[in-house]
Design a protein around this ligand. Structure first.
Ligand SMILES: *Cc1c(COP(=O)(O)O)cnc(C)c1O
Length: 364
């Protein structure tokens, strides 16, 4: 035997205890009504498909622009920022992963709400970042004041989703600004994956606060979950730090097709607005129909609703819906295990959901 053996495992020690994120299932079953992963029910703009097709015929043998400048320029213009204030990645999950690595490894706890996007805990596990959870109020809303007592000690930063996932509840921009002001020497990350469905964006605060990072995705409101594009906006030093990490990991996170498709998605503003408006309209109808059937529905600013039935077990409802070819998401987690998260689909998909519920509730 050569060399000194310190462990008998083939794996790095951190992998032994790693608990990965579990995405909503993606079964390929004909006729299935998929309301479980918050995808957009509408296809992307036809211009996106045209741009991807054209990019596919032009230069796939060459690496893409490592800096994705065309896309960053487009995103920057859209949000009134400079290109140096925009970072792009292979889905916002990758952007979040780089942000956690870049900003939150201080050996002190990262603060996040007790109910939020469960990937945040996974990144903490991956990078060994300790975290503390700040409880939501009884109405399942985030209270900025609830973070205050946790700031008596040094913390690594704050991460929130706004609107929050999976509650769909949004905070007004004035509250986000208070949060950013409460922790000036650490990064406050606001994940706005669902903001285009009625939330208030913090993009306008980027110019004012050096510690704010706002993360967006093209997966939800721009119908591009299959293309994998996300981005972060913040002041230039934050973006430069993210770039250093990204360039130590993967020089080309966005391929040529993604860059071309992403640019085209932003250029078709009219299509984007119409899709978002349709989803918000369908959501409002869906909320009423669920309430008529006795559901309590949290006020949603997202492309999903979070609802519970006071007399029916959520796990049984999810199972019954599945038997009727309707998929929704049920989290077996503290505080929310009696809720269903239901993505807003097309009007026809929402009708299918309501019919399946009526069928079940009539026999339960
Ligand atoms: C969907 C979602 C993401 C991930 O988006 P991708 O760009 O598809 O990786 C990030 N944060 C929240 C809160 C989400 O719901």
């Amino acid at each position: 035997m050569t060399g000194m053996v310190t462990s008998t495992s083939l794996f790095s020690p951190i992998v032994e205890g790693l608990i990965p994120y579990v995405p909503g299932e993606q079964p390929r079953i004909d006729g299935l009504v998929k309301l479980n992963t918050n995808e957009n029910p509408y296809p992307p703009s036809p211009n996106v498909v045209a741009a991807i097709t054209s990019a596919a015929m032009d230069g796939l043998q060459l690496y893409p622009d490592p800096e994705s400048r065309a896309l960053r320029r487009t995103v920057a213009a859209h949000h009134g920022l400079d290109i140096s204030q925009v970072f792009v990645g292979n889905g916002s999950d990758e952007v979040l992963a780089h942000a956690f690595f870049t900003f939150f490894q201080h050996g002190t706890p990262l603060l996040m709400p007790d109910v939020t996007y469960s990937f945040y805990r996974v990144y903490c596990g991956l990078y060994g970042i300790p975290f503390e959870v700040v409880p939501l109020a009884v109405d399942l809303g985030i209270r900025v004041g609830a973070f205050e007592p946790y700031l008596q000690r040094d913390v690594a930063g704050i991460v929130i989703a706004n609107p929050n996932a999976p509650t769909g509840i949004g905070l007004p921009i004035t509250e986000i600004e208070k949060l950013v002001q409460m922790l000036p020497h650490r990064v406050v990350l606001v994940d706005e994956a669902y903001v285009d469905f009625g939330g208030q964006t913090a993009m306008g605060l980027v110019a004012k606060y050096s510690n704010l990072l706002v993360v967006h995705t093209l997966s939800k409101s721009r119908s591009l979950a299959g293309l994998r594009i996300g981005f972060a906006c913040g002041q230039t030093p934050l973006i430069e730090a993210l770039d250093r990490v990204k360039n130590s990991f993967n020089s080309y996170p966005l391929d040529r097709l993604a860059i071309a498709g992403g640019v085209a998605a932003f250029e078709d503003q009219d299509y984007f607005e119409k899709c978002c408006a349709a989803i918000v309209h369908t959501r409002e109808g869906m909320v009423l129909q669920l309430e008529e059937r006795g559901f309590e529905v949290l006020p949603s600013q997202a492309n999903f609703v979070f609802a519970r039935h006071p007399a029916q077990d959520a796990g049984r409802l999810a199972k019954g819906l599945r038997e009727r070819a309707v998929l929704v998401r049920h989290f077996e987690l503290p505080r929310i295990d009696q809720y269903l998260r239901i993505s807003v689909g097309t009007p026809a998909q929402c009708d299918a959901l309501i019919h399946a519920l009526d069928d079940m509730l009539s026999i339960l």
